[in-house]
Design a protein. Structure first.
Length: 304
């Protein structure tokens, strides 16, 4: 038997061994005492309520081992990673560790997938090894691409929902409510239409109730959202609090400026529509019109 004949069996054994090793790494047998301690720590696990989270629990258990090789080397890199994940909507304490563990899992899956496809198609040649490297590299950077897309989408949603939230906040402040009470009111009223912004406001309200300084809470709110307009709003609120100026006037001016910016963005997209419609018309509409108009004449000329 040649190596070409044995190659599919070798790939199957390697893939099965890798899957078995990963499952063995994830699954850890726990005693009943450990389970009861976990139930006392997290009441949602009692009565089987937390069984739907087993996949995430297994990933959390394996995260320290998987993410060890990708841990940031400095505190600055760690803070940058936390900010990137927070902008994408993942601001929990173990989010960086889970993210790095997911990248390592994707790398291992890419090696197995690229090795199987590359060796089956090209065999143990340079092209086969290049296929492994390309697939593994793509799978390794796939979580970063997903985080970037989620962060961009989330910033856009926060920007579009900010004028309405600011209008409601202006009404609340002018009605006599404080800034903290107004933020809580926004979270209650607009939780369905603006869930991303309301989630950040809920977190800011919780931090304020725990006794953090309002200036630090607002600064962290601007950093977590990653939206430039939110950062400008936060800077305005901090300055208004520092110098004792009217918060309602500052909020009204900021709301009007954001509405003008949103209207300008809509007008810009409307002006781009004519140019963007040109390519579908040339590729799909004009050929059909050309066939309908010129087709009968071409058939008659062909029959002559």
């Amino acid at each position: 038997m040649t190596i070409t004949t044995l190659l599919p069996y070798i790939i199957f054994v390697a893939f099965a061994g890798g899957v078995w090793a990963i499952m063995g790494l994830f699954s850890k047998d726990e005693s009943r005492a450990s389970e009861r301690l976990e139930e006392m720590r997290d009441p949602t696990l009692r009565g089987g309520k937390g069984k739907g989270k087993n996949g995430m629990t297994l990933l959390e258990r394996a995260a320290p081992t998987l993410s060890k090789a990708l841990q940031p080397k400095s505190e600055l890199e760690n803070n940058e990673l936390r900010v990137r994940l927070a902008v994408a909507g993942y601001s929990s304490a173990n989010a960086p560790q889970l993210y790095l563990a997911l990248k390592m899992l994707m790398l291992l899956f890419g090696v197995l997938l690229g090795g199987g496809s590359g060796m089956l198609i090209y065999g143990p040649t340079q092209n086969g090894y290049l296929t492994i490297a390309c697939v593994a590299g793509f799978m390794f950077y796939l979580p970063e691409i997903a985080v970037a897309v989620l962060a961009s989408s989330r910033k856009q949603k926060i920007f579009l929902s900010m004028p309405d939230c600011l209008d409601l906040l202006v009404v609340c402040v002018e009605a006599g409510l404080g800034l903290d009470a107004g933020m809580r009111r926004i979270s209650e009223e607009l939780s369905d239409t603006a869930p991303e912004l309301c989630t950040e406001l809920d977190l800011a309200n919780m931090q304020l109730q725990m006794g953090r300084v309002r200036r630090d809470v607002l600064h962290d709110l601007g950093v977590r959202t990653g939206c430039d307009d939110m950062k400008a709003l936060v800077a305005t609120l901090i300055q208004s609090e520092r110098f004792g100026s009217s918060i309602a006037k500052a909020l009204r001016v900021q709301s009007e400026a954001m509405r003008v910016k949103r209207r300008q963005m809509a007008e810009e997209k409307a002006q781009k529509t004519a140019v963007q419609m040109l390519f579908p018309m040339v590729l799909f509409i004009f050929p059909g019109i050309f066939v309908v108009l010129v087709g009968p004449a071409a058939i008659k000329m062909g029959n002559m």
